[in-house]
Design a protein around this ligand. Structure first.
Ligand SMILES: Nc1nc2c(c(=O)[nH]1)N[C@H]1C(S)=C(S)[C@@H](COP(=O)(O)O)O[C@H]1N2
Ligand SMILES: [Mo]
Length: 399
């Protein structure tokens, strides 16, 4: 099972970091909501970070400490966890997948029947649509994620399209509803109509893409209960809510699905001829995140400091990352490391000649993708508390 330390404040605490963080508290913080000050010593490796940071205990919501980013593939025990309800206890032996609705042949598949079908292995990044929400001011509703509700893994499973073809999608079908086995009642506004299950739909067009998987392996291992054992959906390029865990039912439908997590949550305003229209969230935006320096990190003056991080762009590809070390006045191009891997993140770095003058400095990273999408400087309120992909300033202390 996942291990973690109880609080982000206790990250890598030793006497030195404690003293430094105490000093850092005197610095003007970027916003009152992100006051977590813990970070490991500059130059230390990822072992000085917790495996995951707890954001919520029940249901369990765990964040990857993004400052510890050091591997292209996120190890399973360090992959963020986003749960709306308690983790359902499913067994491989009794698990069944029902495929019904607008199909020629309704199906009920056992796990061995599914795993006997031809498999496909696919690297894909998942990012929660609420990643970065903890930086919004005023404070937005929802889990207060900072940088780490994101991870990159290699998934193995059966393409959803293969199961759909086996059932035979009827003419006139438009969407595929994917339902998880987890259920509960949402008691905060907007409330759910009693007990509901987590469910999301995909338009037929995306559902038929070969990269959309019914996955039963994550980085070569069986899925853990937290990540959807025994079978979950992986929808590469789209925000995480589409990748339904603990999948037990697929409903093919001839009308758009209007479920709780499809309408009241995980939607943004889209402007149609000036009319704001709520639409379900789909593809990820272009985004770069800085791993190091971490927020409030103490950076030595007059030295070369390696700023590094990752960038991603949904179904597109991050083609440029720029860095600013003067609060956004000037920008310089960072180096992209390695070739772009489709539907995945891309690491980048930039050698910063730190100033002689000590004090607070704001560093930023901004990504551009193949389609020419560029990160905005401010969060668009039409996106509500989702798709937080604007440039995130990181204030550090040069000393
Ligand atoms: N059944 C079910 N599937 C789910 C969720 C859930 O709560 N229940 N959360 C979704 C959200 S919002 C995200 S971001 C991803 C997170 O996947 P992970 O926990 O494996 O990182 O799972 C998605 N699939
Ligand atoms: Mo999410």
């Amino acid at each position: 099972m996942t291990q973690f330390q109880p609080s982000p404040v206790h990250v890598g605490v030793n006497r030195r970091t404690f003293l430094r963080d105490t000093a850092a508290m005197a610095l003007p913080l970027l916003s009152a909501v992100n006051g977590s000050l813990g970070m490991a010593d500059p130059g230390s490796d990822s072992s000085s970070y917790p495996r995951l940071i707890m954001r919520e205990k029940e249901p369990e919501n765990l964040e990857f400490p993004f400052a510890s980013l050091d591997s292209f593939i996120t190890p399973n025990e360090r992959f963020y966890v986003r749960n709306h309800f308690a983790v359902p206890k499913l067994e491989a032996k009794t698990w069944r997948l029902i495929v019904e609705g607008a199909v020629e042949r309704p199906l009920e598949l056992a796990l061995d029947a599914l795993t006997k079908m031809p498999s496909h292995t696919q690297i894909a990044l998942l990012e929660c649509a609420g990643n970065g929400r903890g930086f919004l001011t005023p404070k937005a509703q929802g889990v207060q994620w900072e940088l780490g509700a994101v991870g990159n893994a290699e998934w193995t499973g059966v393409p959803l399209v293969a199961v759909l073809d086996r059932a035979g999608v009827q003419k006139g079908a438009v969407e595929i509803i994917l339902e998880g086995a987890d259920e509960g009642e949402v008691k905060s506004d907007p409330k759910s109509p009693g007990k509901i299950r987590f469910a999301r739909s995909l338009p037929l067009e995306k559902a038929r893409k070969p990269e959309v998987l019914l996955a039963y392996r994550m980085n070569g291992k069986e899925l853990t209960p937290a990540h959807g054992f025994p079978v979950r959906v992986i929808v590469p390029g789209w925000y995480g809510m589409a990748s339904v865990k603990w999948l037990t039912r697929i409903v093919v439908t001839d009308r758009p699905f209007q479920g709780f997590f499809q309408t009241l949550h995980y939607t943004c305003f889209d402007r149609y001829r000036g009319l704001p229209t709520l639409v379900p969230i789909t593809e990820m935006e272009v985004k770069a995140e800085i791993a190091r320096p971490a927020r409030n990190e103490v950076v030595p003056a007059k030295t070369t400091y390696r700023i590094h991080g990752a960038a991603w762009a949904g179904e597109s590809e991050a083609t440029k990352v720029e860095v600013s070390t003067d609060g956004g006045t000037t920008w310089a191009e960072a180096r992209l490391l390695d070739k772009a891997v489709p539907l995945s993140w891309r690491f980048w770095e930039y050698d910063w000649q730190t100033p002689a003058q000590t004090g607070a400095v704001t560093v930023m990273a901004r990504a551009t993708d193949k389609r020419g999408r560029v990160q905005a400087m401010k969060h668009d309120p039409d996106r509500r508390n989702y798709k937080i992909s604007h440039v995130l300033p990181m204030t550090v202390e040069v000393r």
